[in-house]
Design a protein around this ligand. Structure first.
Ligand code: ASP
Ligand code: MG
Length: 417
């Protein structure tokens, strides 16, 4: 079994869906499981629906309507026959969504978020699956919620590996092509959960692990893993081969090409990961596999925008020591704020964090009871793996550097954006 993952950008319009067909025709589709994300920017659009829902906005139904229309145009471009059952299946998913927003009683934000946001993947896979069938590539659509079981940490669910393994093992492998949703799962009550934004790569890794797959391929709009994000750096180069370890480091520091949770399950079973271009599917792209000697010698540049640099100092000039630090980290964990850099001195402690779930204000109030809290919002964190003087110069030039930290392989700086 090979696992292929197609992200939102690869299926953002009818041409994208047709291209998926072409990729499959070019590289083969025997014994393949496709994991597909929501089309284009649908997940962001659904986040607006969620916002409208909670704000009881008049725009609620029109924001849903916008998403229906976007998909309907893709359907019209792909299926001439407007009586084709794909139209009914897609409509049914949107009707479920409207039914949910009309009848839901739960005030739990994260629960509601997952029930709404998951429609994107249900719809995209419905469209792709029908289109492939229609084009002669017979496949079976799987509702991933019957296979990936998680706890009920909505928006950031943890996989129940034992149950997931059991359920995935039951898939009848005689069918040779499967299409399923990335990003989503279900808890023990069968409510929909999600694995965290951009989590479809992780879904591919979960299936690969549980099926003992031969490989995972992530099809991207870039030629593979580059040493820098071309949006922010000039002259990015392709990394042909990297080790799991290097890929984990890059993902940890924020390289957005691979979701950070993806690599551990693959590495455990030594399943190779390929990152390839969906535009040029026959090119080798990047392969991520075992082997320390595969580490790139090339400097790798990673930038994380919209970080917050927080500095805490003790109100009475006492030292910030083990017990304060463990308390502070306990709070970061509680508020789901991800720490990406730490620096401390005797009486102050600085951290660069990412506030994905918009909890910083709450946390700040709690911290202010014990510490003097100062912070800079909207800072950028630059990381260079395998840095040298020249690469450091590229990043530091013309920037207002707030914090700098150097270890053997890695240089990090926090700058005002
Ligand atoms: N559609 C989801 C998101 O945009 C999951 C993914 O794309 O991996 O976050
Ligand atoms: Mg996406």
């Amino acid at each position: 079994m090979k696992i292929f993952k197609f992200g939102g950008a690869s299926v953002k319009d009818a041409a994208g869906v047709k291209n998926v067909l072409q990729v499959l025709q070019t590289v083969g589709h025997e014994d393949v499981l496709l994991v597909i994300s929501a089309m284009g920017k649908t997940t962001n659009a659904l986040e607006i629906v969620i916002k409208n829902y909670f704000e009881k906005s008049k725009e609620l139904y029109s924001s849903i309507q916008d998403i229906r229309k976007y998909h309907n145009q893709i359907l019209l471009d792909l299926f001439e026959d407007e009586e084709h059952e794909v139209y009914f299946d897609v409509t049914a998913h949107f009707d479920d969504l409207e039914y949910f927003v009309r009848s839901n009683k739960s005030p739990n934000y994260s629960f509601v978020y997952d029930q709404i946001i998951s429609i994107g993947e249900l719809v995209s896979t419905t469209i792709v699956s029908h289109y492939l069938n229609e084009s002669g590539i017979t496949n079976q659509w799987l509702d991933v919620r019957n296979f990936i079981k998680t706890d009920n940490t909505y928006r950031d669910a943890n996989v129940n590996w034992e149950q997931t393994q059991k359920l995935i093992s039951k898939i009848n492998r005689k069918k040779s092509l499967f299409v399923t949703q990335g990003f989503i799962g279900a808890d023990e009550n069968n409510f929909t959960t999600t694995l965290g934004r951009e989590g479809s790569d992780y879904t591919a890794a979960i299936f690969a692990y549980c099926m003992g797959a031969e490989s995972v391929t992530i099809w991207k709009d870039v030629p593979g893993v580059l040493n820098a994000d071309p949006r922010y750096f000039e002259n990015a180069v392709l990394l042909n081969q990297i080790s799991y370890r290097e890929a984990i480091e890059l993902a940890f520091y924020g390289a957005s090409v691979i979701h950070p949770k993806t690599l551990q399950p693959l590495q455990k079973k030594e399943i190779p990961l390929y990152v390839k271009s969906f535009v040029n599917p026959t090119l080798p792209g990047t392969s991520v596999s075992k082997g320390a000697d595969l580490e790139p010698k090339t400097s790798c540049f990673i930038v994380k925008k919209n970080q917050i640099l927080i500095s805490l100092s003790s109100i009475d000039f006492s030292f910030i020591m083990e017990e304060n630090i463990s308390e502070i980290f306990g709070l970061f964990h509680k508020y789901k704020i991800k720490v990406s850099l730490i620096q401390n001195s005797a009486i102050s402690f600085s951290v660069c964090v990412e506030d994905k779930f918009e909890k910083f204000n709450e946390l700040k109030t709690v911290l202010s009871k014990k510490f003097k809290v100062s912070y800079n919002e909207n800072v950028s964190l630059y990381t260079i793996r395998h840095f040298d003087a020249a690469s450091a110069e590229v990043v530091e030039k013309d920037k207002n550097v707030l914090v700098k930290q150097i270890s053997r392989e890695t240089l990090q700086i926090v700058t005002q954006q």
